[in-house]
Design a protein around this ligand. Sequence first.
Ligand code: HEC
Length: 149
Amino acid sequence: MVVMRKTVIAALTVLIASGLGVLAQSNDPITQRQNLMKNNQEQVRALTGMARGQAPFNAAAAQAALQRIAQNAQQIPALFPAGSHQGKTAALPAIWERKADFDARAAKLEQDAKAVQASITDQTSLQAAIQRVGQNCAGCHEPYRRKES
Ligand code: HEC
């Protein structure tokens, strides 16, 4: 009986500890959104490599990268909660002055990343897709992200 109780307590402790770990992670929207943006960049890099012929063209892989960008975009609005302009972040206060515009830009990125997928058949169409999608990245960074000094 005593042994069993100890085992149960040990198991519970592990559960609680891992639960707290997850909480600690999800409590930091700045890290989360920066990781998400880094992932965006990885996807764009993979797409650009294919468009330039540095990697073999693969329509399915290109579509998967764009799908990931669309999924990432969906998460952007929630990762910029009010008050998260403080700390190690390049997010400008303008985001929260015009949050509706900011969120709309995330939605537009999602739409475009989905819309272009069907058009990708070769390097040329991929290049056009990257341009259309990429405008959303630069277009949002310009007003809302602090430039590196
Ligand atoms: C709706 C606005 C918005 C869109 C769209 C957007 N970004 Fe960002 N991005 C930001 C903001 C704001 C930051 C600064 C985040 C911070 O430091 O807290 C950022 C940061 C970044 C960073 C730096 C991450 C780091 O290491 O700190 C990269 C890289 C990046 N974005 C890539 C992209 C790419 C690629 C796309 C398009 C596929 C994209 N972003 C689309 C707003 C946007």
